[in-house]
Design a binder for this molecule. Structure first.
Ligand SMILES: [Fe+2]
Ligand SMILES: [Fe+2]
Length: 288
């Protein structure tokens, strides 16, 4: 399977999807590892047709290949097909001083976790996974993904459309300025919002914020899937909408509708990144 293939499962009617996000797993840095098994247990109990991971699968897949390999083996053990989109910690991000998203990092992701953008058809809907780390990168892949997105949405016919990606488009309003680390940059945001309006995209489900939140705007449901790994304290994350809860999201798709259920998982340990950030993501110093 290569990026852009539409994955057809037309022999069965798929409709239940569990969205998981921001697991931040690594064999070398096991700070949040204890939360994987309780999450996996929940996922299996839901008997979903598909799991969608909205990114930051790894602690540091952008630099540590073993993190990607480790997570691929955890996905394989789950017993449910997983489609993932990369987060900033998996493939880097545009203009990052130390981990710019680039062809090599994306190739590593694909080798272990499959395409970074993809489409899957479920009952009445086309689910589209996007690599939001490409937006604003200037990479050839950015242009290729956008052309693919347009063609794939057009070819969806009368199916409804749902997008899954790591970074949200905005925190409070589509008109807001640059929020820095937390959202897609305004120029790329405009490009995407125009497509959401034009193609009447029904849902955009994201991760990255480690918060649980849902809002409906102009007919599109914006879903912030929570992390199952850790939450972020106010020193590292300014005040914004959403609840600091750990869990997952269950989406039930049917022609013309989707039911979204946010699930806080009490079995998960409420780790705070603030307590361990210097071990997990140590500050970098510029090399001479
Ligand atoms: Fe994250
Ligand atoms: Fe992230």
């Amino acid at each position: 399977m290569k990026p852009g293939d539409v994955i057809g499962h037309h022999h069965v009617t798929m409709n239940r999807i569990v969205q998981i996000s921001d697991t931040h797993l690594s064999p070398g840095k096991s700070h949040f590892a204890a939360n994987w098994q309780p999450l996996a247990k929940f996922v299996r109990a839901q008997r979903p047709d598909l799991v969608v991971h909205t990114g930051d699968v790894t602690v540091d897949g952008a630099d540590v290949e073993a993190d990607l390999a480790h997570c691929a083996s955890l996905f394989a053990e789950l017993g449910v097909p997983v489609h993932a989109v990369p987060g900033n910690h998996d493939v880097g991000e545009p203009a990052h001083a130390h981990q710019p998203v680039d062809a090599q990092r994306i190739a590593r992701w694909r080798r272990h976790l499959g395409p970074d953008w993809w489409a899957v058809d479920v009952d009445g809907w086309r689910l589209i996974g996007l690599d939001s780390m490409l937006f604003g990168s200037g990479l050839a892949d950015e242009r290729e993904q956008l052309a693919w997105l347009d063609a794939t949405m057009l070819a969806a016919g009368d199916r409804d459309l749902a997008w899954f990606m790591h970074k949200p488009l905005f925190l409070e309003s589509p008109d807001e300025g640059d929020t820095g680390y937390w959202t897609i940059k305004p120029a790329a945001r405009e490009t995407l919002l125009a497509r959401i309006r034009e193609r009447r995209v029904g849902m955009v489900a994201t991760g990255h914020l480690h918060k649980m939140h849902e809002t409906l705007l102009d007919g599109c449901r914006y879903v912030w899937g929570p992390s199952s790994g850790f939450i972020v304290g106010e020193r590292l994350q300014e005040d914004m909408p959403g609840d600091k809860k750990l869990g997952a999201v269950v989406h039930e798709f049917a022609p013309g509708s989707v039911t979204t259920r946010m699930v806080e998982l009490q079995d998960l340990s409420r780790y705070w990144i603030d307590d361990v950030v210097h071990e997990v993501y140590p500050p970098r110093t510029a090399r001479a």
